[in-house]
Design a protein around this ligand. Structure first.
Ligand code: SAM
Length: 281
């Protein structure tokens, strides 16, 4: 059996009891860096039977070797340095090989930095797009950035701290300057924090507080913002009509928010603003 095992993204207390059991029991643990995984296992009191290096640079040759071990009936666990294997980490190729070889695969789920950041971000969690790392190649990077402007789901990016400033500049150039953005830093670690601001406020923030540690970036999409804005335009017309009919503000907020699927408190606030304007321009 091939086990895809999630490991902590910072706090070793997040290694699940089932993950401990599997990592103790399997014949082989395939990991990116035997030192990194060795440290985790030692800290958790796990004595591995065998560690096997499987990483981005050797996966083409080491993948088939792991498949041979599985064919011989050995149990293999695959882990990455942190988080879930196959999420911006090696894993998906091994899964594909195992499927082709008709071998059994299962998952032992664990923390994922992207999802942990999303729930902390305060942005829309119903629909999201996981982008991970943007390509380093300039042309492909520009293409991906351009594609991001078309999404209407919260966008989740991974980025190294020394490239955060460049990424912010690129997001501003792509038109995201007024979007809300959340930088979730050092999640589950001692210095965990979430920096929530507008994209165009980020350069000033990071000039005063240089980026350190690991970051996940959650970004409000352009399409959603445009929809929200056009929704409020429709709302204005309806609110004005209801004010003319002398409907109480509370009732207006209920009716309009239900009709246009807008947050009740935003409609309430807008109704008070419009009522105070009287002539509405
Ligand atoms: N497989 C991992 C997962 O499931 O999230 C992702 C591995 S990817 C190589 C590493 C990137 O994940 C980092 O550069 C950072 O963007 C993000 N990351 C990992 N741990 C993090 C943490 N504790 N806090 C914030 N971001 C983290």
């Amino acid at each position: 059996m091939l086990y895809l095992v999630g490991t902590p993204i910072g706090n070793i207390g997040d290694l699940s009891p089932r993950a401990r059991q599997v990592l103790s029991d399997v014949d082989v643990i395939a990991c990116e860096d035997t030192r990194v995984t060795g440290i985790l296992l030692k800290a958790c009191g796990i004595e591995p039977k065998k560690l096997f290096c499987y990483q981005e640079h050797n996966k083409a040759s080491k993948g088939p070797q792991l498949i041979d071990m599985l064919r011989q009936g050995l149990d293999v666990a695959q882990v990455s340095d942190a988080g879930m294997p196959a999420i911006s980490d090696p894993g998906e190729d091994l899964v594909r090989l195992a499927i082709e070889a008709e071998l059994d695969i299962t998952v032992v789920p664990g923390p994922v930095a992207a999802m942990s950041a999303l729930v902390l971000s305060g942005l829309d969690t119903r629909y999201c797009h996981f982008e991970g790392f943007l390509p380093q190649d300039n042309t492909r990077r520009r293409e991906r950035l351009n594609r991001l402007t078309k999404y209407d789901e919260t966008i989740i990016l991974y980025e190294a701290p020394h490239r955060i400033n460049k990424l912010i500049e690129e997001l501003i150039s792509a038109g995201f300057e007024d979007s809300n953005i959340a930088f979730a830093r050092e999640i589950t670690k001692k210095y965990e924090e979430v920096i929530r601001l507008k994209v165009n406020e980020a350069p000033g923030y990071f000039e005063a507080n240089p980026p350190r540690g690991e970051f996940v970036i959650c970004l409000e999409p352009l399409e959603q913002k445009a929809e929200a804005e056009s929704g409020m335009c429709d709302a204005d017309t309806l609110i004005k009509l209801l004010i003319e009919k002398n409907m109480p503000t509370k009732e207006i907020s209920q009716v309009v928010s239900r009709a246009l699927d807008l947050p009740k408190k935003d409609v309430y606030k807008r109704s008070l603003e419009l009522a105070s304007m009287k002539n509405y321009n």
